[in-house]
Every structure is written in structure tokens, then in C-alpha cells.
Design a binder for this molecule. Structure first.
Ligand SMILES: Cc1cc2nc3c(=O)[nH]c(=O)nc-3n(C[C@H](O)[C@H](O)[C@H](O)COP(=O)(O)O)c2cc1C
Length: 192
């Protein structure tokens, strides 16, 4: 099993260090109860006006027709390894606030909810992988998305971890490549 725990300079909590975007998923299914724990975790993310502008459309791998619908919306580079995910999720943003105005924070808040979901998953030994590589037009058609209201933002694959050797290249190499981050002084500026 490849474990890609972040090596941090500062005392970052284990939950954050232990989350990484896996591709090799085992046959083990995720129960509906555990999955709903993840969705509830997502719902406790902060959001502008507490609008909670996220929408999760999911399918378990064993519900093969529904799973295939979501899988077919992914780009070629994401299809080989996501076929083994326990669950696939299309994540949509609700574009409007209750007063009908555009919610300019919608995608920010969807990202916050996804991050919260992933940290809860990490705590439950479930691995996830967010993907921007999907076909928006196909997703809208396949899921019958009302584009007046919703916009597809990302897809997500979830599952329990398996060995990287199960993957074909180039995914196996990616699974084994250590994670890296920019140094803090690249993106943190202290005003004085
Ligand atoms: C919005 C977004 C889109 C992404 N799209 C893809 C994708 O299409 N395919 C993929 O393999 N990984 C995708 N990723 C995963 C990133 O490559 C990954 O998070 C990044 O390399 C950092 O690795 P880590 O999550 O393991 O720390 C995406 C992540 C985000 C947040």
C-alpha cells in the first residue's frame, strides 16, 4: 500500500497530513451510512449567507447502470482508474441565492464542503479523489441538470485504498510519486 503522508515543516494535524488523492481502490464497498456521514460532514462547511450551495449526485459501483452514467461523463484520463471506485459523485453548485441574485461564492463554498467531506473520509480510512476532468455538456445531459439553477463543478471518486501495483501506467507511477507543495513564502505575505 502506498501511504503518502505529507511531510510538513510546521505542526499540521494528522488528518490533513494523511489525506491524499488516491487512484487505486479496493473492492470494498462504502456503506450508505458511512457515505451519509461524509455528506453530513460536507454540510457543516462554512458558506456565504449559509446558502450551502452544494449538490451531490452519487452512485455506488454495484448500482452499475447509475455508476456507468457518472463514469461516462469523465474524461479519458480519469476513466481507467475510477472504474474501481466504490462511489462516484458529481458535485454541482447552486448558482443563485434565495433572493435570486447570483451567489458569487458558490464554487468557493462547494470547494470548502468537498474539503470537509474529504477530511471526514480520511478520518474513516476512506480515500477520495476530486476531478475537474469531466465533460460538462455530457454531465448536464446525462444528469438532466437544470442549468438555470446548477453548474457542475467537479467529480469525486471515493473508496478504500488498494495497492498501487493494481494500476496500469501512468497511474501507478502517479500513485507512488511523493506529494509536494510550494514553500509558504511563495504564497503567504505579511503586511507591516
Ligand atoms: C478542482 C480539482 C480538479 C482536479 N482534477 C483532477 C483530474 O481531473 N484528474 C486527476 O487525476 N486529479 C485531479 N485533481 C487532483 C489533484 O491533481 C491533486 O489534488 C493534487 O495533485 C494534489 O495532490 P493531493 O490531493 O494528493 O495532495 C484535481 C483536484 C482538484 C481540487
Amino acid at each position: 500500500m502506498s501511504i503518502k503522508i505529507a511531510e510538513t515543516k510546521h505542526k499540521v494535524i494528522d488528518l490533513i497530513k494523511n489525506r491524499w488523492s488516491a487512484r487505486s481502490f479496493s473492492d470494498k464497498t462504502i456503506s450508505e451510512t458511512d457515505l451519509h456521514t461524509l455528506f453530513e460532514a460536507a454540510s457543516w462547511a462554512f458558506s456565504a449567507n449559509n446558502a450551502q450551495p452544494w449538490e451531490y449526485v452519487y452512485a455506488h459501483r454495484e448500482d452499475s447502470e447509475a455508476f456507468q452514467k457518472l463514469h461516462s461523463c469523465l474524461m479519458g484520463g480519469n476513466q481507467p482508474w475510477t472504474k474501481n471506485a466504490a462511489v462516484l459523485i458529481a458535485v454541482l453548485a447552486h448558482k443563485k441565492l434565495e433572493n435570486g441574485h447570483e451567489n458569487k461564492a458558490a464554487k468557493h463554498d462547494v470547494g470548502a464542503a468537498n474539503a470537509t467531506l474529504m477530511l471526514q473520509a480520511t478520518n474513516m480510512n476512506i480515500f477520495g479523489h476530486v476531478m475537474g476532468g469531466f465533460d460538462p455538456a455530457k454531465t448536464i445531459e446525462t444528469l438532466n441538470v437544470d442549468t438555470e439553477i446548477f453548474e457542475p463543478v467537479v467529480f469525486m471518486a471515493l473508496g478504500y485504498l488498494d495497492a498501487p501495483e493494481k494500476l496500469e501506467e501512468p497511474f501507478k507511477t502517479r500513485e507512488l510519486t511523493p506529494r509536494a507543495r510550494k514553500p509558504l513564502n511563495d504564497f503567504v505575505k505579511r503586511l507591516q
